[in-house]
Design a protein around this ligand. Structure first.
Ligand SMILES: *[C@@H]1O[C@H](CO)[C@@H](O)[C@H](O)[C@H]1NC(C)=O
Ligand SMILES: *[C@@H]1O[C@H](CO)[C@@H](O)[C@H](O)[C@H]1NC(C)=O
Ligand SMILES: *[C@@H]1O[C@H](CO)[C@@H](O)[C@H](O)[C@H]1NC(C)=O
Ligand SMILES: *[C@@H]1O[C@H](CO)[C@@H](O)[C@H](O)[C@H]1NC(C)=O
Length: 202
């Protein structure tokens, strides 16, 4: 079901894979405004986002002659969702212990997930492509609205007159960014199902 990605280039993704298993238990209290909404919605909408990202990369109408699957990933590692979402034991290399006793960790993790989604949404809205706007941007909005009780901070307001054509370099950059976002979307999807599974046990 997941798109074909070269996992070896992204060791932290493996960490998430190995360490985030629903079998682990961890207490979960109120998450303030960032509480997860309906758990089913989180799964559905994060999967929808992943599909939207994956599908759009194959559209020649968006990338016009650039074969996106041949491009390298461009990912902003300065602020990683995952570092906030991995328990500190894992970050320090001592094992996979889950969120331990820390609601704070989960809150911080979710806050980072939302910030990450908003960051990408902003990038995509600035790019102003009608196809991206009606697919990936919408899928991000749907996820943040339905899964998190956080209301969207920048709802899409693009009009036809806002859309523009892009140079080859711009399209190439966007293709790389989307590849990075695809990896993020996979990670976010895993994180949400881990936390959801955890929550529904209570
Ligand atoms: C894009 O590149 C991939 C990998 O090289 C190849 O399998 C695929 O057929 C190409 N797609 C197009 C539309 O050229
Ligand atoms: C990377 O993320 C940082 C912090 O979120 C941001 O300031 C910076 O502009 C981003 N760089 C790129 C290339 O997106
Ligand atoms: C980067 O992440 C840290 C910790 O999660 C956060 O405090 C900081 O505001 C973030 N920086 C940006 C530019 O988003
Ligand atoms: C793409 O996202 C939209 C908006 O969330 C959703 O309605 C649609 O089902 C998604 N597409 C796929 C193929 O999942």
């Amino acid at each position: 079901m997941l798109p074909n990605i070269k996992f070896s280039f992204i060791p932290w993704l493996l960490l998430v894979q190995l360490c985030f298993q629903p079998a682990m238990t961890s207490p979960l209290g109120a998450l303030d405004k960032l509480s997860l909404g309906n758990n089913g919605d989180c799964a559905t909408f994060s999967r929808a986002l992943l599909w939207n990202v994956t599908e759009v990369m194959a559209l020649d109408s968006v990338f016009k002659g650039i074969n996106c699957s041949e491009q390298r990933i461009k990912m902003n590692t300065s602020n990683s969702t995952v570092s906030a979402c991995l328990p500190s034991e894992v970050q320090m290399g001592t094992g996979c212990a889950g969120f331990q006793n820390s609601n704070l960790d989960q809150k911080e993790c979710l806050r980072n997930v939302v910030a990450d989604l908003e960051h990408y949404k902003e990038l995509l809205q600035k790019y102003a492509d009608p196809t991206l706007d009606s697919t990936v941007v919408r899928a991000i909005s749907d996820l943040t609205e339905h899964c998190f009780s956080a209301s969207p901070t920048n709802p899409s307001t693009l009009k036809n007159s806002d859309f523009r054509d892009h140079t080859f370099d711009e399209r190439l950059q966007m293709c790389k960014i989307l590849k990075g976002f695809q990896v993020r979307a996979i990670t976010i999807s895993r994180i949400l199902s881990y936390i959801s599974a955890d929550t529904s046990k209570k």
